[in-house]
Design a protein. Sequence first.
Lengths: 299, 790
Amino acid sequence: MTTPGGPSTALHRPGTVGEAVAALAAEARAGRPVELLAGGTDLVPALRTGTRPPAAIVALRRVLELRVRGAGADTLTIGAGVTYTELAGWSLSPGLAATSRVVGSVQIRNCGTVGGALGSANPRGDLLTFLTAAQAEVLLTSEDGSRAAGLDDFLSAGRLPGELVTAVRVPRPSGPQTYLKIGGRQAAFPSLVSCALLVDRVRERVCCAVGGVAARPWRVAEAERLAAADVDWSTGTAPAALARRFGELAAAGVRAASPLGEDPRHPLEYRVHAAGVLAARAFARCLTARSAPRRESAP
Amino acid sequence: MTGRARGVGGSVLRPDGLAKAGGTFVYAGDLSAPGMLHARTLRSPHPRARIRRVDTAAALRIPGVAAVVTAVDVPGVATYGLIVADQPVFAATETRYAGEPVAAVAAVDAPTARRALAAVEVEYEPLPPLVDPEVAAGPGAEPLHPDGNVFREITLRHGDPDAVGPVVVEDSYLVGMQDQAFLAPEAALVVPAADGGVDMWLATQWLHSDREQIAACLGLPEELVRLELAGVGGAFGGREDVTLQVHGALLARATGTPVRIAYDRVESFLGHPHRHPARMWFRHTATEAGDLVSVHARIIMDGGAYASSSPAVIANAVTHAAGPYRVPNARLDGLVVRTNNPPCGAMRGFGVPQVTIGHEAQMDRLADRLRMDPVGLRVRNALQPGDVLPTGQVLGPPLPAREAIEAVAARPLPAALTAASPVTARPGGRGAHADLARVRRGVGYALAYKNLLFSEGFDDSSTARARLELDADGRPVATIHSACAEVGQGFVTVAGQIARTELGVDEVVLRPADTGVGSAGSTSASRQTWMSGGAVRGACVAVVDRLLARVARRLGLPPEVVEAPRRALVITGGEIVGAETGTRLTLAEALAEGPVEAEHTFHHRRTTALDAHGQGDPHVAFAAAAHRAVVDVDLDLGLVRVVSMALAQDCGTVLNPLSLRGQVEGGTAQGLGLAVMEELVTVDGVVTNPTLHDYLLPTTADVPALDFVALTYPQPDAPYGVKGVGETPTCTATAAVLAAVRAAVGRDLRRVPVRPGDLVDLADPVDPLGGAPYLGNKAAWGQPGEMERG
Ligand SMILES: Cc1cc2nc3c(=O)[nH]c(=O)nc-3n(C[C@H](O)[C@H](O)[C@H](O)COP(=O)(O)OP(=O)(O)OC[C@H]3O[C@@H](n4cnc5c(N)ncnc54)[C@H](O)[C@@H]3O)c2cc1C
């Protein structure tokens, strides 16, 4: 059978999660390197350049149960096969929608999936930064059963051989959310620096993560504490000066983290600065009086 | 459309346009032959290393691997090069840049070929790379190559080299390495022939130069190396050098089997020479009234490991360094240096975009210093025909430089950004959500001129054949044969237009470009419409002369008509008509006797080399262009959005308005890319961003619609009065965007592409040039004594 990996690569096309993990387990037992294929936006380029030569590929497109998303009383669950395009129009999660709208180009958003973003775990990945701020849980299944892992744990430990990401779970929004990102051009660019910010008006707090500066998406705890203490939670608003202060603390917070590798064109100094600007901007968008009650609007 | 409407001057559509837009066009990488092998190239990971040992045995043992070739398998000359043959086909004992080919393999499929690459054992002894051109050219620097480290040094002296005006502006500028980033990576199909030669289908810019170099390396006579152009997906100079040609031919000959050799995106970024990075120092002096008194410049270009076209690029940079201005006194010095960085060579603009960035930044500073309008200062100093250039060359007509800058300045300005504008219209787009109160607009201008065709005494030519005959249905059809490489510039359209105009036929067949006809020269230097257009026209004119003479003879017209039939006979509306002689017959009748064929070789006027002081008559002709850029800058994040671009360009006679528009839009986009995003970044000689993910090209969201004004004064010595149009807009676009950004942020900019960190206030800002107004190591220059006086 001919596949993008070459004539010797075996291709599995399971129809259910059960079949998918069975295929993964069988390949793992045979000691053969295996790759999951979701939208292929990361994997196919790697296959083409030969940087990843798997012996087997498990294609997930036919696994319809991975492509559902749903809302519970307190949480939203997004299947691993859900694409950015599907999320970009999802009114239940303005933050996921805002994040997905600025990923890649239309073509990439049509193909790229949540599971692929977690599988690649690119430290600058947009979804990763948003999910970090959202305190997401990752749901995994293997032949041995299912488990849930906090995103942080998932990122540090990775998945076990034979495990499939089936979904992510985030709390239902209880306030404005936004996602900002900058890069090398006007559209369709990988993120250089990004900032996800979620306001939780029930628990009276702000969660904020910065991508592109620290070695992984970084929660800016000091800034978050300032917001919890100083935002007027009766109205959900804050004065402009607080946004500035929030940005300064966010920059200071991420500066202290262990940095992502050097980028010759964009020194750490600039990326820290930009993180502060984006954090202040995100804060103002979600918490200044004018815009306090509004949701992330699709411009 | 009729023959006339589809002739010269009409917006005739490209014959390959629909196929390209619809995805059915066959590019070189799409070619295949039954049983063909797939070839891949092994490249050095080290910018500089001694090669202790290469062992291919393990790779050859892999099932499906047909051949592995290395330096020892090159039967002919071991090196090749466009100007100097200094680049090894494969590195033998030493590698000089990261990405240099060391071996190539052919296997039954690409994954097997890739596995074989991994199995070739190369023992490297890494050496410390020299990656700073000033160090590499300096005293005591180890020679990186038997030819030494200086590719060329030019010292141009014009007027009184010590003259200075009372108003002085001076600074240094840095230009990064741009890549051509054409969208279809390098590819060729090579088929070994029964006569011991090879037949090759490939994407290139210059078939005959490739053939000469391939034949020399294979040790074959040129007749046995037959090349045909395959579909080219962009070139921009990046296909002027040989890359995979010899490797593919060696493998085809070693295996006796057709071989397709192709690069992927990463290899393409490593495989061809790039635009030269430059460090430039300028000192402009002027009178209080704003007349330039002198320009002093020193330009150091990093040529990378091999010569490619470096010697010609530096000549262009130096001779254009003062820009399209009247400069009575000049000291212009240029140095292009060998380093262990990737080789640099031809790219659209060929040395001129770099110096335009410098001279135009200087003109803006001078305007500031003089409290003059930047347009006014340029108008005041703009060259006019009859002026003497820094080389001593007298500028021939036409050169509407003044008109160009005036024309763009008169274009309406775009509307300001408002709260109602979509967020995608702000700098950084949707994701950055720029704060309107912190977005500042800037307007900037740039004026430049660029030489057309090959320079410095090169006797450049192009040959074409034309044939007029009846097809199977008895209709006249013209066949044109030229080796001109169509790389997107539109020769396939224009050649047909010329043939229709000259021959009065509708039906024109353009034969594939191949080495079965004489050289058309390179598709570069804005030369093909002029040179190969001139060759096609000349061949068609000769065909008409022969046909009319034949008709005159057959009709028994007087000998003076047979001698000069055009005086009495014309081809019009598909007929040959002679008012005086009472002749009237159809083309079909005239051709019934048989086909008429002619070949023509077109030469441009002769130029001369530069003498020891950079004086001569080096350039055939020039074209001028001016851009006005309008940008919005997010002052907090340093992000730039180009809001509008206006271009006025000196185009000569326009043969195809639609084609012209394609060239100037593309040239503008490529220049804009260099201004704000396009940079191949090396760290210690290793390219860090060889993918389109990290090497960003402008998209439709980044390039505004072009407001274009064509200035159409015919060039007297060119066919139909044409000028080359492809390169000039690339020279000015970058400088204009830079000027606009400078105007928006109110600070002088010294680095291209401009980086966001250069535009905001950082606690610990990085000065790209370390604050030095002079170029570092003065000893790198030939005459240190003279430098001190600078
Ligand atoms: C041109 C381009 C632009 C891009 N722009 C952006 C951008 O702006 N922002 C951004 O964040 N990303 C961007 N990306 C990256 C990419 O789109 C995302 O990372 C995407 O989410 C990957 O999803 P996919 O479905 O395509 O994954 P695939 O390529 O199919 O898989 C990626 C990896 O994830 C693994 N995997 C897939 N599914 C699962 C699963 N269910 N469980 C466990 N592992 C799994 C695979 O084995 C593989 O290793 C871009 C990519 C391209 C090519």
